[in-house]
Ligand binder design. Structure first.
Ligand code: C2O
Ligand code: CU
Ligand code: CU
Length: 497
């Protein structure tokens, strides 16, 4: 057992530290990195130690700092155990994990484990606020397959601000089945976490939090892993990108500039049954995708976001950024590339939870910052779910605005999209789905365990401005005979330490 408590985040052990030097150039809004770029920072792995009790323990804090997001300019930012974003957390399926999280920010925040199946009291939603100076100690057993999850704040009404200031990190789950596949898995070398965010800066270099559009803050500068204008030096034939849309409201339509195909191997909840060859992939806020791209020696491939094509029924598409094109990341292949094993033809099997046309258990109508005509109320439980049941949720976006739909605690299967089977990119495990205007989705999920009569889980639109406006509801998972006993909970100031 090694205690690495003295490990310094952002130290020399990190492939590329977050604090990088000035490269002497600036990126322009729609032309991307350009010639003067900086190496993509790779978030360091968060050290942990396994106690004699078998529990893997991690320590994190939320803090304020400053970051050179744009070369030559210092921007006040927030981060976990660093100035911006957070270290990557890694744990294996079956392990018990425990966190000690200190909030050193001047205001209350929370840490939500997006995509994680866990007890509601450890979920880190708006009912688990950490007051300034307080400590929160969530713990649970990892009971789901290998996946790319993430963590971020969830304070009711202020999530967009907290995320946009820099609070977000990756949480990678490993398991034996994924390890056995021979996928690129050398962290920071051929297995790259890539969080996409968009920001606007004030002339003084601060993050501009003014003038949200109807989908929230929309930036003109793309920031990848915390900096604008990044490139990635690639030394292997294949590279795996674990892409997270960490933007408050922007959608990305991923493509390569030369239109090359890439393999989609995983979605929100883990690996697909088999790789899917794609040339375009749309990601809405909160969604993840793992891509494998093949490079030729010496070439440069540019990952780009193209205009959003899924826009039927959307008014004011330009205002929502749907017409924008951005270069996201330049991948520079070395003159000599180490060969990578071919991708396996099959990955992780997926058994359907229910037949595709199972009638819905419940319906969720998204309209006007509301779900089923109601805005979020911290003291109202919107629905209760009996434990150990499979439900089918029907979700429809009735607006001419973009929305998506995220459910805490579970990964779901998309059964149908307007009655038809989902496209391959939506056929794996998901916890967040883009809801096209006027389209009906049916989602199947199993509420396996973790009953709690008091602490609810959330479901919401993951466009953070919409979530903050109250486009969110709460549900309890109840054991037979258990009745809901929610308590009126303060929105801030609770110390669960
Ligand atoms: Cu990533 Cu309730 O959210
Ligand atoms: Cu979540
Ligand atoms: Cu929305």
């Amino acid at each position: 057992m090694v205690s690495r408590r003295g490990f310094l985040l952002g130290s020399v052990l990190v492939p590329t530290a977050f604090a990088v030097g000035c490269a002497g150039g600036t990126s322009t809004p729609t032309s991307g990195p350009g010639p003067a770029t900086r190496p993509l920072p790779i978030p360091p792995l968060l050290p942990s130690a396994v106690g004699t009790d078998g529990v893997r323990r991690f320590t994190l804090d939320a803090r304020a700092g400053s970051t050179e997001m744009v070369p030559g300019r210092s921007t006040p930012t927030w981060g976990y155990s660093g100035s911006v974003l957070g270290p990557t957390i890694r744990a294996r399926r079956g392990e018990q994990v425990e966190f000690t999280i200190t909030n050193t920010l001047p205001e209350a925040t929370s840490v939500h484990w997006h995509g994680m199946h866990l007890p509601a009291a450890s979920d880190g939603g708006p009912h688990q606020m950490i007051a300034p100076g307080a400590v929160w100690r969530p713990s649970w057993t990892i009971g789901q397959q290998a996946a790319t999850l993430w963590y971020h704040p969830h304070p009711h009404g202020a999530t967009e601000k907290h995320v946009q200031r820099g609070l977000a990190g990756f949480f990678l789950i490993d398991d034996d089945a994924a390890d056995a596949l021979g996928l690129p898995d050398d962290y920071g070398v051929d297995d790259i976490p890539l969080v996409l965010q968009d920001r606007r800066f004030t002339p003084a270099g601060e993050i501009d939090e003014s003038d949200p559009t109807d989908i929230g803050l929309l930036g003109d500068t793309i920031v990848t892993n915390g900096i604008a204008g990044a490139h990635l030096a690639v030394g292997t034939e294949r590279v795996r990108l674990r892409v997270l849309n960490g933007s408050p409201g922007r959608l990305y339509n991923l493509a390569f500039a030369d239109d090359r195909a890439f393999a989609l191997i995983a979605t929100d909840g883990g690996l697909l049954p088999e790789p899917v060859e794609l040339r375009r992939l749309q990601l809405s806020p909160g969604e993840r995708a793992e891509l494998v791209v093949t490079l030729r020696p010496g070439e440069t491939a540019v990952l780009r976001s193209l205009p959003i094509t899924d826009r039927a029924g959307i008014d004011r598409a330009a205002e929502f950024g749907f017409d924008d094109t951005f270069d996201l990341l330049e991948l520079r292949a070395a003159a000599d590339l180490r060969s990578s094993p071919a991708l396996p033809t099959s990955l992780i099997p997926l058994a359907p939870l229910v037949p595709a046309h199972t009638p819905p258990t419940r319906t969720f109508d998204l309209q006007w910052f509301m779900i089923n005509n109601q805005r979020m109320d911290m003291n109202r439980i919107d629905l209760t779910v009996p434990v150990d049941t499979i439900e089918v949720w029907q979700v429809r976006n009735h607006d001419n605005w973009p929305h998506n739909f995220h459910i805490h605690d579970v990964q779901f299967q998309i059964l149908t999209v307007d009655g038809a089977p989902p496209p391959p990119a939506l056929a794996g495990w998901k916890d967040t789905v883009y809801t096209s205007s006027g389209v009906t989705y049916t989602l199947a999920m199993r509420f396996a365990d973790h009953t709690d009569p008091t602490f609810p889980y959330m479901y919401h639109c993951h466009l953070l401005h919409h979530e903050d406006q109250g486009m969110m509801g709460q549900f309890l998972v109840l054991a037979p005979g258990m009745s809901a006993t929610p308590r009126a909970m303060a929105m801030a100031g609770m110390d669960h330490g």
